[in-house]
Ligand binder design. Structure first.
Ligand code: CTP
Ligand code: C5P
Length: 338
């Protein structure tokens, strides 16, 4: 009928490589412009042709995008140049993109056609994060060798002086990223719902660095053990202690935003203690503590002694062998091509 409001369908296409909270923030804003959000993912071949080989495969990129809480549908093999046919094929009213210009390998604006038809809306890009920045952080870390350490420290001091005057992505060696986490950004990514008294609260903790498909599968399993999932994220200094000085690749603020964008997560503890004690169990009303089978590091003095004693501990098998280190190795191996 005439009074029936038509559902507004929004289209967002992109590479979505090394899926990060900048992508999440774009998708959040796009979803707010309509009722349903449809995300088109470019194929590995298309990205290689127009930009550089992606780090993650199209299956991995698709899966991670599907795990973002504002996404309703995903479409594989979306063409690099957005056409009216593509929008119409998926019944989308318009397309949303960040306010950067994306070009083809011969320099054409990939959104010219939809722009001309007034079917493009832009939102402002999230400052301080991009796939390129993440790749560069990893390359600059792996470039360093132990024997270079002293030199690096000197270099870094010089760098951190220069960086104070510049707006380009910073070296991870200065220990800071360009991203500024504000309380507004946290609110925008949160669902604002506390756990209910009868909810089975599940608690997991870790680094969740360079949020990947292994994390996603693990969190899905963890969520299915109860009603409300709380993720504890360790401080950067704690991660350095158990994984080594070059970690984490993404700082606590960035990891918080990545994890909050995940559809299985209800709440995040920013700076969770390494050891899960009685106080934490009581405070968060924890029903079950879970941990995965995959550990890139040896757990120092069993952090789960208390929940084990209480009979509230379970090991979950994510059935996925992805790790942060594997992603870093891929980037290192493909370095010549980048
Ligand atoms: N995007 C954003 N904010 C960021 C990064 C990306 O709003 N910090 C948006 C882009 O504007 C685009 C979509 O996310 O609409 C997908 O962008 P994509 O090119 O896949 O990601 P980038 O991180 O920009 O990748 P790259 O660094 O390779 O350009
Ligand atoms: O290594 P990290 O601390 O980021 O891992 C967070 C959680 O995800 C841990 O419980 C880990 O065992 C789990 N995980 C998993 N499968 C993977 C990677 C991590 O179950 N492939």
């Amino acid at each position: 009928s005439i009074n029936e409001k038509k559902e507004v369908r929004v289209w967002c296409d992109g590479c979505y490589d090394l899926v990060h909270f900048g992508h999440g923030n774009l998708l959040r804003q796009a979803k707010a412009k309509g009722d349903k959000l449809i995300v088109g993912i470019h194929s590995d071949e298309e990205i290689t042709r127009h930009k550089r080989p992606p780090v993650l495969t199209q299956e991995e990129r698709l899966k991670l995008v599907q795990g973002i809480k504002w996404v309703d549908e995903v479409v594989e093999n979306a063409p690099y140049i957005t056409t009216l046919e593509t929008l119409d094929q998926y019944n989308c009213d318009f397309c949303v993109h960040g306010d950067d210009i994306t070009t083809t390998n011969d320099g054409k604006d990939t959104y010219q056609i939809v722009k001309d038809e007034k079917r493009l809306e832009t939102v402002s890009r999230t400052n301080g994060i991009s796939t390129t920045d993440l790749v560069n952080r990893i390359l600059s870390l792996t470039r360093k060798s132990v024997s270079q350490e002293t030199n690096d420290i000197l270099e870094d001091k010089e760098l951190s002086v220069d960086i104070s005057k510049d707006s380009k992505p910073k070296s991870p060696w200065t220990g800071s990223s360009q991203f500024l986490l504000t309380t507004q950004k946290l609110i925008q990514f949160s669902d604002g719902k506390s756990s209910k008294p009868n909810d089975k609260v599940i608690y997991v903790a870790g680094a969740f660095d360079l949020f990947h498909v292994g994390h996603l599968d693990f969190l899905e399993k963890a969520k299915s053990q109860g009603d409300y999932l709380i993720v504890g994220l360790h401080e950067d200094t704690v991660i350095k202690e158990y994984k080594g000085q070059m970690y984490p690749i993404m700082n606590l603020q960035e990891r918080t935003m990545n994890v909050l964008a995940c559809k299985y997560v209800n709440e995040v503890v920013m700076g969770a203690p390494y050891t899960v004690d009685e106080n934490l169990m009581k405070h968060l009303n924890v029903f079950l503590v879970c941990h995965g089978k995959i550990d890139s590091d040896v757990l120092l003095n069993d952090p789960y002694g208390v929940p084990k004693k209480l009979g509230k501990y379970e090991v979950l098998d994510s059935e996925n062998d992805m790790t942060t280190e594997k992603i870093m190795t891929r980037i290192k191996t493909h370095r010549q091509q980048l």
